[in-house]
Write a protein of this length. Structure first.
Lengths: 399, 398
């Protein structure tokens, strides 16, 4: 299994997904060799803790200094096939290609039946491993370049090509949602018959832990403010600008609502500017990137968690919020909206409807209470083990 | 002799449109959706009339003409009749012709298809009185048998019907209540004097209403012969087949053969010399009660729970129904017909049903009957409309 990141050294949902899925597969009795593009010290205390209940997993790292969620340069899988081993360059695409080459080496050394690759970053390694061994490849798509960039016109063509090539080379493509499946069919021309939908899960182990101390939040709550929370990368895909517009619409009707924007990203500056322009700087609090217990407290303190994503293949943060009993509002342009019933759902562009829902929720405890009670039950049913079972049967099918 | 007793429920609510917070104070119309969605009451009533009310009633009328001993009964909510009169007058005309035959009984209920009995008895009585007047106006008859919204029933409701001179009252023939007894007899409600209780045979009713077109049902396809045989062997004096009228043509589409089934049924029944058709009043007059029925808590005809939890089972539903009944005194205090009417239309049980979140066990039924994307959307529209009503009320008083 080729991945890119793994908790706690990860910066997004991909690592959490790899962790949850690997652990479930291991508990189902599969032997997993998990490969990452960096050296791994599995003897480190965090690793012993994390891997303690994964008896069938062997971890392998390679040397590379890469992080996910960057963008990149001009090289292609074609060029590594032509030029062989030497790749110079310090950008993300070079790392990806170096990883692809390492993938071939590792595939030739190890004994296994199926190759499994997560997202474009490791698709190269998957393709090379398949070419080297002839073994079947499963490509798991957690997000596409189209989601990340907000539309076909601004995609990075190299990334797009590598995604497409990986999915074409794969025997089966796993999509994290029906929403993503449709996108893969439409934008990448992959036949629907080759794609299986496996929704992500959420486990207590991958949840942030309680115990954070956020006096400012408590102070707001005790003075009777209702809190609407955004938590995610501050980037086009996540719709932070819609969050600010909603803040404007809501607070002009109800000044006792505050909006908290938690996260960092390339749009931070412009979002702060937008808040100032709309005159809601005092209604929107920016916390920067928050993790661990503070993240948990943030979820728990919020009266509503909002994910106004423009295009969200899945969306694990609403599930985390639901687990803490906080009602969620999600855009219909997301995988999570097809999975959960007990959520408020809106089109990301419909600022008025988002405001309508938020304003009604803060005024009517019956609504938040019903959402909260059902959300906890629903989130508890969506486990990684369920996802693991589906992936297991796909592995059996191609092996 | 054993009787087949049909009662068909005709009801259409005034669905609340997508009413937003921003409409409060700006838009006093809650039920006038004119779009393509299923919140457009006019569109729904026209569609249901075309698919169900008109063809089904034509058929019933034809059967009444063909078979001099065929009998049926109907219960119409007042708001259904209002909407049918306005949007599908042809259907109302057919209903009148059916009642004119003298072999179709019309039952009593609340005008607004509400659960008022459990929240405000004075309001309940006003709605029953309004309904009586409406039935008198359209059909020239006074109902003698009472059926409460969603077949909700409790001992004290029977006592109320008893005091008010009704000959009979209708309830679900629910096994935990009946125990070893059969729903196919006339019963006496515990503590009542003259009123009699008719209980729905839900198995035989649901064979038609829910299972008729279900291919996964072991008895599919349900032929008239088979069904006639089941009626023939059923124990008791009366088989009470109570169902939504939309069963014919709307819940079970025409192409399932439901109309052919209904058309062939009287002949099948009359072929059996031990069977006849009776109206609820005739059943009560013909058969002696076989014991007492005690229902100290509410029983309805919904879900596997047969209680009120489909309407008031979660905090949203409880908050909504309390909020609407809390306004009673204030609303009735101001002399504003439109305001009172809107308030009453907001009491219709369907609004609360749309807010039901028991989706995981009873999900399909609720999803099918709700015009909203989710129970949460139903609640949001409802509470905002109610907030506007409250605002209108305050303005009137000021």
């Amino acid at each position: 299994m080729f991945g890119w990141e793994f908790p706690p050294h990860n910066s997004g949902g991909l690592g959490v997904a790899c962790f949850g899925l690997t652990r479930a597969l291991s508990q189902l009795g599969l032997d997993v060799i998990f490969v990452m593009p960096k050296k791994l010290n599995v003897g480190a205390p965090w690793a012993r803790f994390v891997f303690a209940d994964m008896p069938h997993v062997k971890f392998r790292g390679i040397n590379s200094s890469v992080t996910a969620y960057q963008t990149s340069s001009k090289t292609s899988m074609m060029s590594i096939r032509r030029n062989g081993a030497e790749i110079y360059g310090n950008d993300l695409m070079s790392d990806v290609l170096r990883y692809a080459l390492a993938g071939r080496e590792i595939a030739l050394e190890e004994d296994f039946d199926v190759i499994y690759a997560h997202d474009w970053l490791s698709f190269g390694a998957g393709i090379m491993a398949k070419e080297a061994t002839g073994k079947p490849l499963i490509a798991h798509v957690h997000a596409t370049e189209i989601d990340r960039t907000g539309g076909r016109s601004s995609v990075n063509p190299d990334v797009f090509e590598l995604e497409k090539e990986g999915m074409e080379a794969a025997n089966v493509v796993v999509a994290v949602s029906e929403y993503t499946k449709q996108m893969i069919v439409k934008e990448y021309g992959i036949p629907a018959s080759k794609i299986r939908v496996v929704h992500n899960g959420i486990d207590d182990e991958t949840m942030p832990k309680p115990g954070g101390w956020l006096p400012r939040l408590r102070q707001l709550k005790s003075s009777g403010f209702k809190i609407v929370l955004f938590l995610g990368r501050v980037t086009l895909q996540k719709g932070p600008d819609y969050f600010i517009r909603v803040a404007k619409r809501v607070t002009e009707k109800n000044p006792k609502v505050v909006f908290i924007l938690s996260g960092s990203g390339d749009m931070e500056g412009s979002i702060m500017q937008l808040a100032a322009q709309l005159g809601v700087s005092d209604k929107v609090l920016f916390t920067g990137f928050v993790t661990g217990p503070e993240r948990y407290e943030m979820y728990a303190a919020a009266d509503l968690f909002a994910m106004p994503s423009v295009s969200e293949p899945f969306g694990i943060t609403p599930l985390e919020a639901m687990k803490t009993g906080t009602p969620v509002l999600v855009s219909k342009q997301s995988g999570i909206s097809e999975v959960v019933k007990h959520a408020l759902k809106v089109d990301f562009w419909d600022v008025d409807e988002m405001a309508n829902k938020i304003l009604t929720l803060v005024d009517h405890p019956g609504l938040s209470q019903t959402l909260s009670e059902n959300a906890v039950m629903e989130a508890n049913r969506l486990t990684w083990m369920e996802a693991g079972k589906k992936v297991d049967s796909i592995i059996q099918e191609v092996a | 002799m054993k009787s087949v007793c049909f009662y068909f429920q005709v009801h259409q609510p005034y669905r609340v449109k997508r009413y937003r917070v921003f409409d409060i104070g700006n838009d006093p119309e809650y039920f006038n959706d004119r779009g393509e969605s299923d919140l457009n009451n006019r569109k729904i009533v026209e569609k249901v009339a075309r698919k169900s009310y008109i063809p089904a009633t034509r058929l019933i009328l034809d059967l009444l003409k063909r078979y001099p001993n065929f009998k049926v009964s109907y219960s119409f909510s007042g708001i259904a009749l209002e909407q049918i009169e306005r949007y599908a007058p042809e259907a109302l005309d057919l209903f009148k012709q059916v009642v004119e035959t003298g072999r179709a009984e019309v039952l009593a209920e609340t005008y607004f298809h509400s659960l008022a009995f459990f929240y405000s008895q004075p309001e309940f009585e006003r709605q029953v009185a309004m309904h009586r007047e409406l039935i008198r106006k359209h059909f020239g008859v006074w109902p003698r048998v009472f059926r409460n919204t969603e077949l909700s029933y409790r001992n004290d409701l029977a006592h109320w019907a008893d005091r008010n001179g009704y000959a009979g009252i209708i309830a679900e023939g629910w096994d935990p209540i009946l125990g070893w007894r059969s729903p196919n007899y006339v019963y006496k409600p515990v503590g009542a004097n003259n009123v009699r209780l008719l209980m729905k045979n839900y198995r035989l009713s649901d064979d038609v209403a829910f299972r008729f077109s279900s291919r996964s049902w072991s008895e599919w396809p349900l032929t008239t012969e088979k069904y006639g045989q089941w009626l023939g062997v059923a124990e008791g004096d009366t088989v009470n087949l109570f169902m939504d009228y939309e069963t014919f043509g709307e819940h079970q589409w025409e192409d399932t053969g439901i109309f052919h089934f209904l058309e062939a049924l009287p002949d099948e029944v009359f072929r059996n010399p031990g069977l006849d058709f009776k109206t609820p009043s005739e059943v009560i007059a013909s058969y002696e009660p076989r014991g007492e029925i005690d229902m100290p808590s509410v029983v309805t005809w919904a879900d596997t729970d047969r209680d009120l939890t489909a309407w008031v089972g979660n905090p949203m539903q409880e908050a909504a129904i309390k909020a609407v009944y809390n306004l009673e005194d204030k609303v009735l205090d101001v002399n504003d017909h439109k305001l009172i009417e809107d308030w009453r239309r907001l009491q219709t049980s369907d609004h609360f049903y749309y807010m039901c979140t028991k989706w995981f066990s009873d999900g399909d039924v609720h999803a099918y009957f709700s015009p909203y994307e989710s129970p949460y959307d139903a609640y949001i529209a409802y509470m905002n409309a109610l907030s506007d009503l409250r605002l209108r009320l305050e303005k009137r008083k000021a």
